[in-house]
Design a protein around this ligand. Structure first.
Ligand code: MG
Ligand code: ZN
Length: 373
């Protein structure tokens, strides 16, 4: 009986696939998940992290958007256990290092193990394997989450050392804040000059970033931390992500990119529901653009998850028609609650289930058929 029901559900989804691809997400219409019918393994991975994005953060944005999010276009859902190597409650450095290297490490660690020894990241392995690589964030590009994909430092506080590590891997595109850590350093080195001599176009501001049409790009949207979306950041996340994807797509062997909605977490730390929801909406808008790309491209696996929940955020009232929520917070730090994983595209099925954050690395490596050297 159960198997029969499953069969009916699957047929129902396949039957609606073609019309769903044209459906715009707006108003109260909830998009049906699309069953992907393309190649079995992806050529590209777009890995998206909503920092501090627990189920309540997603639910609050869902209510604010009157019951429709782009995230719902992903048919495959999983849950990850987020504890770090030295604490039940992870920070973003250990959380991102688990994703980037498959190893649990101590809170504050950037791409290093429990003994502070460097661990090779999936971005470095992808680059060495001939894939194009990228990082996009709405924090400084040297901040814990993006840093953990390219840098190896014993502490997340070492922004200048982390900036230096961007010159050690031949990453193709990175866009975020943090220009000052490259340009005005305590050691007086100007890393922007070094990036230029290594073949990068260094672009400051979205207009310059959007004008780049080929080659390697170091893009800066802020001197230090980018503004909140409610304070004039515009669509910097979506525009940066899509520009990066456009540039990386020119590589015939495929690409790996990590795109972070960095400030959902900062709204949680501030116990500021409006901050969380506006950053969630910005992230979900970007998810929509990325899924549009993946839908057309058909060789791209999109994985969307979080490093941890922030704030012990809860919804205790509200109104879907009015798009309002009444909320409470348990803490100004992170919590140990499991966080969701959404996957779309070839290879997405591997991300169903409940597993540790480190398994994300192994699943992505297997999807791209990469081997650690
Ligand atoms: Mg982060
Ligand atoms: Zn945080």
């Amino acid at each position: 009986m159960r198997r029969l029901l499953m069969g009916i559900i699957v047929i129902g989804l396949i039957g609606t696939t073609s019309c769903m691809q044209e459906q715009e997400v707006q108003g109260v219409e909830t998009p049906e998940p699309v069953v992907h019918a393309g190649p079995k393994m992806p050529k590209n991975i777009i890995f998206m992290i909503g920092d501090g994005m627990g189920l309540t953060q997603i639910s609050a944005a869902l209510i604010a958007q009157r019951d429709a999010l782009n995230l719902e276009r992903c048919a495959v859902i999983g849950l990850i256990k987020t504890n770090s190597g030295d604490n039940l409650i992870t920070d973003s450095a250990a959380g991102a290092t688990a994703f980037s290297t498959g190893q649990k490490t101590y809170n504050g660690a950037i791409g290093v193990d429990m003994d502070t020894l460097p661990l090779t990241t999936i971005l470095e392995i992808a680059e060495q394997s001939g894939l194009a690589t990228g990082l996009v964030a709405t924090s400084s590009i040297t901040h814990a989450t993006p840093a953990s994909f390219i840098s190896h430092q014993k502490s997340r506080m070492m922004d200048e050392e982390i900036a230096m590590d961007f010159l050690k891997t031949d990453i193709d595109v990175f866009i975020g804040g943090g220009k000052k850590f490259f340009e005005r350093r305590t050691d007086n080195k100007n890393l922007l000059d070094q990036l230029k001599s290594n073949g990068y176009t260094v672009a400051t501001g979205l207009e310059e970033i959007n004008a780049v049409s080929t080659g390697k790009l170091a893009g800066f949207i802020a001197d230090e931390q980018p503004r909140k979306v409610t304070e004039g950041r515009g669509q910097a996340l979506a525009e940066s992500a899509m520009k990066a994807i456009e540039l990386l797509s020119m590589n015939e062997k495929g690409f790996f990119i990590m795109v972070e909605g960095s400030q959902i977490d900062w709204g949680g730390h501030a116990n500021d529901s409006e901050y969380i929801i506006s950053e969630m909406e910005d992230f979900d808008y970007t998810v929509g653009k990325v899924l549009d790309f993946a839908e057309a491209n058909r060789e791209t696996l999109v994985i969307i998850t979080a490093d941890h929940e922030t704030g012990g955020y809860g919804i205790v009232g509200g109104d879907i028609e009015a798009g309002t929520v009444e909320t409470r917070f348990l803490t100004a730090f992170h919590t140990a609650t499991m966080v969701p994983v959404f996957a779309y595209g070839p290879g997405a099925e591997a991300f169903a289930g409940t597993y540790h954050n480190t398994a994300i690395f192994n699943k992505m490596m297997a999807s791209l058929e990469l081997n650690a050297n």
